[in-house]
Design a protein around this ligand. Structure first.
Ligand SMILES: *Cc1c(COP(=O)(O)O)cnc(C)c1O
Length: 355
């Protein structure tokens, strides 16, 4: 399985660890970083030797293309510690493949497997004491790449920096969120970069989300840009609907991010005998299902929160509240998925990778 060669990596160790200063019971998501980071530069048409070094700020030229033209992509994944004290990654190949698709779409170079997976494993192994045991605890992994070449001419950069930073995380429960269905703004469009995990997709989403927050909604359900009639994603998560006992989610497309959580939940649901329907659900169908009571659940799915239940949605000035379920499918699927990630249940799919 693990065919990547371990790359030669220079390791410069931090003189002192910050770990004793970290309050692991009170972590806010994504604010605390481990002692080391991985850095690998691309220049003169090739990837240079990766280095693992102390986590610290770095200098880039003010004319670097990332600041002006937004060549920036990232990934989000996690490492977990099981009851036998072993540390595991979850489907890291999926994140690498998606990262390299994002890179291609933004005219950036692909990162070879020995650097992405090999470097990641070495970094996580070095920081393994930051991966706390117990279900819900994890080490959030943020690989990213930016264009560091200087010059404001509007062309792809010839120099890039690939980095991996790590942040200890606790499971977080977002609470049951209220969402509003997008009728004007769009997250993505056909032919655009919606299927890439590009920084620009997030910045474009902040303003409409801020407007939604001001109206009392935590997230936006994105619809297709052309007609605003098809339901596509929930904020920065994929979105699922349960109508009667059928689980529905949109097929991936140029406008939808191919989420690892989404595809894993679909596989688990199928294995558990849940009726799954991968198709576009329309806003009209959703409203009708809410009115006749067949809409049982809605939830977002993504690495950070795993599943995020939605308690109601607003559409055209009407708010539709869902009836709470005794045995939510969202929580059943979350339990199954996290049991695989924490090695509490067999992993029949071969998704977990030992560090
Ligand atoms: C990252 C992301 C997701 C979730 O992907 P996972 O691989 O499950 O974490 C869904 N939608 C968007 C827009 C995303 O950026």
């Amino acid at each position: 399985m693990n065919t990547e060669n371990t790359p030669e990596i220079d390791i410069i160790k931090a003189s002192q660890s910050k770990i004793s200063q970290v309050d692991f019971d009170n972590l806010t998501f994504g604010n605390t970083f481990t002692d080391h980071m991985l850095v690998c530069d691309f220049k003169e048409g090739q990837w240079q030797k990766p280095v693992i070094k102390p986590y610290e700020p770095f200098l880039i030229d003010p004319s670097a293309k990332v600041f002006h033209y937004g060549q920036a992509i990232f990934e989000g994944m996690k490492a977990y510690r099981d009851a036998n004290n072993q540390v595991w990654l979850f489907r890291p190949d999926q994140n690498m493949d998606r990262f390299n698709k994002s890179a291609t779409r933004l005219a950036m170079p692909e990162v070879p497997k020995d650097i992405f997976i090999g470097g990641l494993k070495q970094l996580v192994a070095l920081e393994e004491q930051w991966v706390k045991g117990g279900k819900g605890n994890s080490l959030y992994i943020r690989p990213f790449m930016i264009a560091v070449g200087s010059g404001v001419i509007a062309q792809p950069s010839t120099q890039y920096r690939f980095m991996i930073i790590l942040s200890p995380a606790k499971s977080y429960y977002s609470g049951e969120v209220k969402v509003i269905i997008a009728e004007h703004y769009s997250r993505a469009a056909n032919g655009g970069i919606g299927a890439a995990k590009a920084a620009g997709n997030y910045s474009a989403q902040f303003y409409p989300t801020k407007l939604a927050n001001e109206q009392g909604f935590q997230q936006i359900i994105w619809t297709d840009d052309a007609t605003h009639t098809k339901l596509e994603e929930a904020g920065t998560m994929n979105v699922f609907f349960r109508i009667n006992d059928t689980l529905i989610t949109a097929p991936t497309s140029e406008r939808i991010l191919d989420g690892v959580t989404r595809k894993s939940l679909l596989d688990i649901a199928q294995k558990e005998g849940i009726q799954v329907d991968v198709r576009s659900l329309t806003v009209d169908e959703l409203v009708k299902a809410a009115q006749d009571g067949s809409l049982k659940e809605m939830f977002g799915a993504g690495t950070a929160a795993v599943v995020s239940p939605i308690k109601g949605f607003q559409y055209q000035e009407h708010y539709y509240e869902l009836t709470p379920q005794d045995q939510p499918m969202a929580l059943f699927l979350k339990e199954k998925l996290t049991n695989i990630q924490y090695k509490l249940e067999d992993d029949p799919f071969g998704w977990t990778v030992h560090v």
